[in-house]
Structures are given as C-alpha cells and as structure tokens.
Design a binder for this molecule. Structure first.
Ligand SMILES: C[S@@+](CC[C@H](N)C(=O)[O-])C[C@H]1O[C@@H](n2cnc3c(N)ncnc32)[C@H](O)[C@@H]1O
Length: 230
C-alpha cells in the first residue's frame, strides 16, 4: 500500500511506551511486556492505520493486544488513533511493533501463546507467482501455528473474492477448521452478535457496496491415537 510518509511517525513511535522498537529481543517474552501477562494475548497482522485495534483494545482491558505492520507511517498513525481513542492516555494492554510478517517466526515463538489472530484486508497479491506473499497463504499459516496457544482462533476479513476462496483452501491445507463464514458480513443476521469494529479498508469497501467476506477458523486438535497404538 502506498502512503505519504509522515516524518513524525518514527520519532513519535520511538518515544512511545507502547511501541516495541526491537521486536526480535521479545521473541517468547511478549507477555512480560504487559502488566497482566496471564491475560489472553491477541495479535493483529497488518494493522494499517489502526482503526480496528484502537477500538478493540480499548473495549477489552481484560485482554492484551499486539499489532504489527511493516510501515512506520501506518504505525505512527495507529499510535495517534489509539491515544485519541483513550482521551490522550497511553494503553497498557496494547503493543505496536514494526516488522515484516513474512518473517514473523523471528519475533514470535511458542511461549508467546497467542490466543487469537486478526488478519484484516491483507494485500490480495493477485498474480499467481506472488500468492505466497499473502498473509493467509499456507506458508504463512504454518509459521503462525508455531506460536498459537491450544484452541486459538484466526479471524479474517477481506473484500477480495479470490483471496477469500483461496484462503479456505490454505486453511484446510494447514490443518485449520472453519467455524463461521459469511460472504456478506454486513448483511448477515449473525453480524450483530459478532463483536467487531470496522477497519479503514472495510469502511471504504462497504461504502462502495462491495460485500465484506469474513471467516473464523481454529487449528484442528491433533487426532487421538488409535486404541492400542503405541
Ligand atoms: C491493505 S492494508 C489493510 C490495513 C488494515 N488492516 C485495514 O483493514 O484497513 C494492509 C496493511 O498490511 C501491511 N502489510 C502488508 N504486508 C505486510 C507484511 N509482510 N508485514 C507487515 N505488514 C504488512 C501494510 O503495510 C498495510 O498497512
């Protein structure tokens, strides 16, 4: 995504208590950053300008959140949105960090025990030879599995039909089961019951009349050994 660089973004992030500037030093220790390390820890991949995570993390002080994006300008705007959402205060239950999610295994490990993963409107990478860059591609899902807690879920929203249908295949291939699915989330009667906040892309696409596709999936439990098996 192209965005005009904001020169204030990096200095403001560096000065912020809820920005982690060296995420590789926190691998397997993210929970210790939060005052309540035992609270559930949720991860947003590609948070953009942070409309979603600002609202979600403010609505749920009983949870901890980590939001990742690789563009400082996006994270700088997120930081401002988060602080504005809290009336000028810094959050204690949210950390932002800058990293390329294609290399997520360098910054997150099994002891981080992520309880849920949000992927909202990730880049669709329509050309076949770029599909592996999709944040929902099997290659990425295999990486996420290493740091998900038992029973953890993944929530995914997109405007892109091809990415959505392909993601159903990626999930199957990586051993996830789909628990809920809608190809027109905002018109779905179940939407009112889903605690959710629109992202900036979601608002833009739904204003254009493009249906929002949504799913929630969970890693399948490993099969129990057959009786009598070693
Ligand atoms: C299309 S925008 C969506 C932003 C927001 N989630 C929304 O729904 O409005 C995709 C975001 O993911 C980030 N992104 C894409 N690929 C990434 C990667 N490999 N690592 C980190 N961030 C990435 C981009 O910088 C951008 O902010």
């Amino acid at each position: 995504m192209h965005i005009r660089p904001r020169p204030w973004a990096r200095p403001e992030l560096e000065a912020s208590p809820f920005f982690a500037a060296e995420p590789w030093t926190l691998k397997n220790h993210w929970r210790e950053r939060f005052p309540a390390p035992a609270h559930p820890l949720y991860l947003e991949l590609g948070c953009g300008k942070g409309h979603f995570i600002a609202k979600m993390s403010a609505a749920h002080p009983e949870n901890n959140y980590l939001a990742v994006d690789m563009i400082d300008t996006m994270l700088g705007i997120t930081r401002r949105n988060v602080v504005a959402e809290r009336g000028g205060a810094d959050p204690e239950n949210l950390t932002l960090t800058a990293w390329d999610i294609e290399r997520i295994e360098k910054i997150l490990g099994p002891d981080d025990r992520i309880d849920g993963l949000f992927i909202n409107f990730c880049n669709p990478w329509p050309k076949r030879k770029k599909h592996k860059k999709r944040l929902t591609h099997t290659r990425q899902l295999e990486k996420y599995k290493a740091f998900l807690a038992p029973g953890a879920w993944l929530r995914f929203k997109t405007d892109d039909d091809d990415l959505f249908e392909a993601t159903l295949g990626y999930l199957e291939e990586a051993g996830f089961e789909v628990l809920a699915l809608s190809r027109d989330l905002h018109s779905d009667a179940r939407y009112a019951a889903l605690e959710d906040f629109p992202t900036e892309h979601e608002a833009m696409f739904s204003e254009r009349g493009i249906p929002i596709k949504y799913l929630r999936a969970r890693l399948k439990a490993p099969a129990a050994p057959a009786p009598g098996a070693d």
